[in-house]
Design a protein around this ligand. Sequence first.
Ligand SMILES: [Fe+2]
Length: 199
Amino acid sequence: MSLQLNRSTFGKIENAGHVLSREETDNLLNDWVKNDRLKLHMKQVAHLMKCWAAEKEGFNEADQWRWEMAGLLHDADWDQWPEQHCKRIIEYLEDKNVDPEIIRAIASHGPNHFGVYPETKMDKMLYAFDELSGLTHAYSLMRPEGYDGMELKGIKKRFKDKGFAAAVNREEIQDAANRAGVELESVMQFVIERQGVVA
Ligand SMILES: [Fe+2]
């Protein structure tokens, strides 16, 4: 299911830096998302976004939260309004005068679905983490040790095995890494080392 957004600008430039608080974000998630698996997915992607912003981009806490918030809310409307994903969350955040970069990142996290292509680093990393996070989580569920001792070669094997977690689009993962200008293997390593703390 996908919806072409047919837009290229999101939010207003004068709202740059304006964010929801963590409490407001949590309340929105609790209101909109009843599916615990989906909520976990968004928390995992959010954690990866925050870690990347801190460790790879060297961003301060305010910017780390902007990245984390994009991760936390990117699928917020999927549970109740899948036919309007991600139009509904975009319009909600625009109405709340949220930073346009956050809204744009959410709008471009599935370029093949929404017709909006990632431009900023935030856009690109959200796109990169989205499907790879899901693949890695699926792999953790089949390992008795979960994330403990997970190795790059294990996730690479599952990436090649298209029958494993078949809904995960491998081409999108590779496309995302290419667009972000990062080695796919290094993003995989980043995910397997960090995602396990979010359960
Ligand atoms: Fe997602």
